[in-house]
Design a protein around this ligand. Structure first.
Ligand SMILES: [Zn+2]
Length: 277
């Protein structure tokens, strides 16, 4: 999966850091794109020494580290850039290599969006500031502290005998199918979310719900929590025709187009195909 970057190590421990070193990574986002340094046919995340001529690197927000290299978010836009650099869309990052660079780019994107959305206090409306000693934002007027919020969402591989249920979401491209997924609502357990989402989206009752694995998904800022469940395939499959426009049982060797195994859903579908789920 996309977050599995061994032997590289993503370290999200917060450190109190204000001085950016010459070799530290610089992350600057413009809308949904990240400033990258071109390197032959590929890309690198620029280091301070690469960009200090085009942007003010004195003021940065510490994000996390990749291996031993610290990563800083820079807010000032460099304006015009030359062909040593390129802004690359987040949608491209699922297949961007090397994978550890892609991972840093999308986790940084999640944190940058969180900082952006919390520039003003949700309680009193005052301008907020970054807390210096931990990854948090504080309101100097009412002292409210905001930590990053990570909404949990379930994704479930529904099985019946040798078949798996796959669904076409109205947002997907044509002939594209994946597993049933949805956000956890207030007041419910993860297992209750699985039952509710499956019932709402495809009309099935599921049983024997088992936890599989989780995956942080910075594109939406959520935490995907994977489950396997069973359903009786004599029940009618009834797509809700709002979020899900088609759903059906599929056999091994006969699966429709589906996500690659950079995602939790893709990995579960892959395992099913190999007879390991
Ligand atoms: Zn406030």
């Amino acid at each position: 999966m996309i977050h599995e970057i061994l032997p590289h190590r993503f370290n999200n421990q917060f450190i109190i850091a204000t001085d950016i070193a010459e070799d530290d990574y610089i992350l600057h986002y413009r809308e949904n794109s990240l400033l990258l340094k071109t390197a032959g046919d590929g890309f690198e995340i620029p280091r301070k020494k690469d960009v200090s001529a085009i942007v003010n690197t004195k003021a940065g927000t510490f994000l996390f580290s990749l291996d031993e290299v610290r990563c800083f978010l820079i807010w000032e836009d460099p304006g015009t850039i030359d062909d040593r650099f390129a802004y690359t869309e987040m949608s491209f990052f699922r297949r961007l290599q090397p994978q550890e660079i892609a991972w840093v780019g999308i986790v940084g994107y999640q944190l940058r969006n969180w900082y952006l959305k919390n520039r003003f206090c949700g309680k009193c409306g005052s301008k907020t500031i970054a807390k210096q000693d931990e990854r948090a934002i504080i309101c100097p007027s009412c002292n409210s502290i905001v930590f990053p919020v990570i909404p949990p969402a379930i994704i479930v591989a529904i099985r019946s005998n040798d078949k798996i249920l796959m669904a076409h979401n109205s947002n997907f491209k044509e002939n594209w199918y994946s597993l049933v997924a949805g956000y956890v609502e207030i007041g419910e357990s993860l297992e209750e979310t699985v039952k509710r989402e499956v019932k709402e989206e495809v009309g099935l009752d599921v049983k024997n719900i088992r936890y599989y694995k989780s995956q942080p998904w910075p594109f939406s800022g959520s935490m995907m929590i994977g489950f396997v469940a069973e359903a009786d395939d004599t029940q009618p499959v009834c797509p809700d025709n709002i979020e899900i426009t088609d759903a059906n049982w599929f056999s091994r060797g006969n699966l429709p187009n589906h996500p690659i195994n950079d995602s939790l859903g893709g990995e579960m579908i892959d395992l099913f195909e190999k007879g390991e789920l």
